[in-house]
Write a protein that binds this ligand. Structure first.
Ligand SMILES: [Cu+2]
Length: 159
């Protein structure tokens, strides 16, 4: 009887402070989350129609390293004639992406794209917001033939 009473007393005194502590931690987490370090990466999508200085199609980033967190990818299609797009995925350890030769495209059903700015007509731009954890990411265009022509680049996300 005594023992049971003691346990009951402990049971009622411990949760109070613990609950308060948990509440404080949740509040702190909330504040940390409310002010994320949001960074923007600009991707220029271009090809030889863009201008005399561009000899081949490609994706040109304004930076190749960003801090983990919320990242806004701004894609600008600088082509005068071609539709381009950007897909983002975790770099699959340098193995070639699954490819559909018939369509001259990466097989999007066999990859895990994190998101895309799809099918931008010449001169148009679009944005994509992503929360990225540290690691290496691959950005590429999947209009027919463009990936094979080297329209890809990497982005490194640091802790
Ligand atoms: Cu393209």
């Amino acid at each position: 009887m005594n023992l049971r009473g003691k346990q009951a007393a402990i049971g009622t005194t411990l949760p109070g402070p613990l609950m308060a502590l948990a509440g404080a931690l949740v509040l702190l987490a909330g504040f940390a989350h409310a002010a994320p370090a949001s960074e923007t990466v600009t991707a220029l999508l271009q090809d030889s129609s863009t201008g005399p200085s561009v000899s081949r199609m490609g994706i040109v980033l304004d930076r190749h390293t960003v801090k983990a967190g919320e990242i806004t990818l701004k894609a600008i299609n600088r082509s005068k004639t071609l539709v381009h797009e950007v897909l983002v995925l975790r770099d699959p350890d340098k193995t070639p992406l699954p490819y559909n030769s018939k369509n001259a495209e990466v097989d999007e059903r066999k990859i895990r794209s994190l998101g895309e700015v799809g099918d931008l007509p010449p001169g148009r731009s679009g944005t994509l917001s992503l929360v990225l954890t540290p690691g290496q990411y691959l950005l590429f265009c999947n209009e027919p033939g463009h990936y094979a022509d080297g329209m890809k680049t990497t982005l490194v996300v640091t802790p």
